[in-house]
Design a binder for this molecule. Structure first.
Ligand code: GLC
Length: 557
C-alpha cells in the first residue's frame, strides 16, 4: 500500500505507519560477499511494496569493525564499503521513495567505535585535554583498579584502561566508548550527522539507547562514584547517573529544531529499553523525538490480562505525549516471536520473567524447554494481527512476516554477538534472530551468490518468501492482507473495549472495524457471521472463535 500520495508530504504521515526494520547485513546480498548490502535492499523494494509497509528502518550500515553488529560506528556519515557506497544509498532512497516508502536510519548517539578518529585522538591526547573531554575518561582508584565496580550491559567492567591509571567508560563493549554529551563538539557533530542524512533524503531516525545519553559523571565529578549495588538501587530518572536524566531533554530539543528545518519535518523514534520509567512518554512529545518504542508489549508475553494492561498504558502514553502509540513484537535484539510464543507461558503478576526464560532456552541451544513450533506460530500470528488493528504505528522486523523462528543452535564458532564472548555461560547472544533471510529454496536460500555470514539451518527453506508467496494461508500472505486492510479501515485513532470473557480481548474501532483475540487454547463462542469476517489468523466457522486466534470483523457494512 505504502504511504498514500495525499499523506506523503503531510507532517503526520508517520502516525499510523507500518515500519519494517531491515538488518542490512542479513537482508539480501547483491555482490556475493556473504554480507547483505544496499544494492540487495534496492533489489527487494518490489517485495516490500507487495508487503504493504509504509517505511523501512535500516539498522547501522556505517563503516564499522562489527564489534557489535555495526552499533560500533567508525564514521557516522558514510557507508561501510562491504555494504555499498553513498551512491548506492542515494539509489536505494530513490527506489523506496518511488514506491512511496519512507526511509529511517539508525542513529547511535550514546557511543561510537574505538576506531572513530575522535576516540583515537582522545587516546593519544593527555588527560584533561579537549580531545579527552569528548568521552568519559576518569582516573582509576590506583593500582590498576577502575573508578567503580560497574558492570557493562554486555558483561565485564564498564571501564577500560587507557594508560597511566586512566580509564574510559563504555556502557556496552570496550570497543564502544561512550560520548560525553556535556561536550559542545559532540552535540554539534550529531546535528551535522542528522542534517547529512536528512539532506540525503532520509525521512526519519531511530535513536539507539535514547535514555542514556546524558550521564551524571565526568572526569572530575562527583568525587566518589556509587558502587554497583548503589547504582542499581537508584530508580531510573533524574537521580540516576546513567539513565533517563533530565539533561537528555535538552539534547533532543536541539535535534527537534533540526528536524523542523525540513518539510515535512523529519521524524524520530526513541529506543527505550531501560527499566520501566513513568517518565518515558516525554521522549515522544513533539518537543522531543516525537515517538518512542515501548517494549512493555514484548514483556506482556501471550497473556490476555497483561496485554490488556499494556495496551491501555501505551495508549495512555500516546495521549499524554501527543504522539501516536507504537507496537513492536520483534527486533534484532530479541528472540523471534514465533519461537518465544512456542515456549511455556511465564505467569507472574508484575514482572515478566520471559526474558530470562528466553536466555536460558538459548543457553540450552533451543532444547530446554522444547519449542512447540505450531503453537508458537499460531500465537505469533494471532498477537501480530491484534496489534495491527490498534491505533498507532506498527514496527516489524525482517522475517517476522514469514513467521521465522529463532536459530537457537548456531555453532559457537559462527557466533558474532559480543554478549556471547563477554558473558560466557550466561548468554549466547542475539545472532539467532540475525541469520540471513530465506528468499527461495536454492543455495543460501536466495540470500546471495556468495553464501551467508551466519549459517542458515536446513528448515529455513520452509519459510522462504518464494514458498509462502504461492500459499494463500502463509504467514506472508496473512501479513499482506492485514496491512492492506489496515490501510483501508484506518480512520480516527480511537478504540473502545468490548466486554469479553477473561481470555479474550475485543476492541472496536470507528467504522465498525473489530478485532478479537482468544488467548486460550480452546474455542469460545462469539456472535458473528461468516460475512462479517475480513481477516482470520486461523480457520474459523461462524459463531466460534478458535483458540489462539485473532479475527477482524466488519460489523457495519
Ligand atoms: C541497542 C541496539 C543493540 C545494540 C545496543 C548498543 O540496544 O538495538 O543492537 O547492541 O543498542 O548499541
Amino acid at each position: 500500500m505504502a504511504v498514500p500520495a495525499a499523506e506523503w508530504g503531510s507532517p503526520a504521515w508517520w502516525r499510523e505507519a507500518v515500519v519494517y526494520q531491515i538488518y542490512p547485513r542479513s537482508f539480501a546480498d547483491a555482490n556475493g560477499d556473504g554480507i547483505g548490502d544496499l544494492a540487495g535492499i534496492t533489489s527487494r523494494v518490489p517485495y516490500l511494496e507487495s508487503l504493504g509497509i509504509d517505511a523501512v528502518w535500516l539498522s547501522p550500515f556505517y563503516p564499522s569493525a562489527l564489534a557489535d553488529g555495526g552499533y560500533d560506528v567508525d564514521d557516522y556519515r558514510d557507508v561501510d564499503p562491504r555494504i555499498g557506497t553513498m551512491a548506492d544509498f542515494d539509489a536505494m532512497v530513490a527506489a523506496f521513495h518511488a514506491a512511496r516508502i519512507k526511509v529511517f536510519v539508525d542513529i547511535v548517539p550514546n557511543h561510537c567505535s574505538n576506531r572513530h578518529p575522535w576516540f583515537q585522538a582522545a587516546l593519544a591526547a593527555a588527560p584533561g585535554s579537549p580531545e579527552r573531554d569528548r568521552f568519559l575518561f576518569r582516573r582509576g582508584l590506583g593500582d590498576g583498579r577502575p573508578p567503580s565496580d560497574w558492570r557493562a550491559v554486555f558483561g565485564g567492567s564498564t571501564w577500560e584502561p587507557a594508560g597511566d591509571d586512566w580509564f574510559y567508560f563504555h556502557l556496552f563493549a570496550p570497543e564502544q566508548p561512550d560520548w560525553n554529551w556535556a561536550n559542545d563538539d559532540v552535540r554539534a557533530d550529531f546535528l551535522t550527522t542528522l542534517r547529512f542524512w536528512a539532506n540525503h533524503g532520509v525521512d526519519g531516525f531511530r535513536v539507539d539507547v535514547a535514555m542514556a545519553l546524558a550521564k551524571g559523571f565526568g572526569a572530575d565529578f562527583p568525587a566518589r562514584l556509587p558502587t554497583r549495588a548503589e547504582l542499581e538501587a537508584t530508580p531510573i530518572g533524574p537521580d540516576h547517573l546513567l539513565y533517563d536524566r533530565d539533561d537528555v531533554d535538552e539534547i533532543y530539543a536541539g535535534w527537534r529544531q533540526v528536524f523542523d528545518e525540513y518539510d515535512p519535518p523529519r521524524v524520530a523514534v526513541a529506543e527505550l529499553w531501560a527499566e520501566p520509567s513513568p517518565r518515558k512518554a516525554r521522549y515522544a512529545t513533539p518537543r522531543s523525538l516525537g515517538q518512542a518504542f515501548y517494549f512493555d508489549i514484548v514483556h506482556a508475553g501471550f497473556s490476555a490480562r497483561r496485554v490488556r494492561r499494556v495496551v491501555d498504558e501505551v495508549l495512555g502514553w500516546g495521549r499524554e505525549s501527543g504522539s501516536a502509540s507504537t507496537w513492536v513484537l520483534s527486533n534484532h535484539d530479541i528472540v523471534r516471536p514465533a519461537s518465544r510464543f512456542g515456549l511455556p507461558v511465564v505467569e507472574s503478576d508484575e514482572t515478566f520473567a520471559g526474558e530470562d526464560r528466553d536466555r536460558r532456552w538459548l543457553l540450552s541451544r533451543g532444547t530446554t524447554p522444547p519449542e512447540d513450533v505450531e503453537q508458537g506460530l499460531r500465537r505469533a500470528r494471532a498477537l501480530s494481527a491484534f496489534l495491527a488493528a490498534l491505533p498507532g504505528s506498527l514496527y516489524l522486523y525482517q522475517g517476522e512476516e514469514l513467521g521465522l523462528r529463532e536459530v537457537a543452535d548456531l555453532p559457537d564458532a559462527a557466533r558474532q554477538d559480543p554478549t556471547f564472548f563477554r558473558s560466557p555461560g550466561e548468554s549466547v547472544g542475539r545472532d539467532g534472530c540475525r541469520v540471513p533471510l530465506p528468499w527461495t529454496t536454492g543455495p543460501s536460500f536466495g540470500f546471495g551468490p556468495g553464501g551467508t555470514h551466519l549459517p542458515q539451518p536446513d528448515w529455513f527453506g520452509e519459510y522462504a518468501v518464494a514458498v509462502q508467496d504461492v500459499d494463500p494461508q502463509s504467514t506472508l500472505n496473512l501479513y499482506r492482507r492485514a496491512l492492506k486492510l489496515r490501510h483501508e479501515l484506518q480512520g480516527a485513532a480511537e478504540l473502545a473495549w468490548v466486554d469479553a470473557p477473561a481470555e479474550v480481548l475485543h476492541i472496536v474501532r470507528p467504522g465498525g472495524w473489530e478485532a478479537v483475540i482468544n488467548f486460550a487454547p480452546t474455542p469460545v463462542a462469539l456472535p458473528f457471521t461468516a460475512d462479517q469476517v475480513v481477516l482470520a489468523t486461523g480457520e474459523v466457522t461462524a459463531g466460534l472463535l478458535p483458540g489462539e486466534t485473532t479475527l477482524w470483523l466488519l460489523t457495519t457494512r
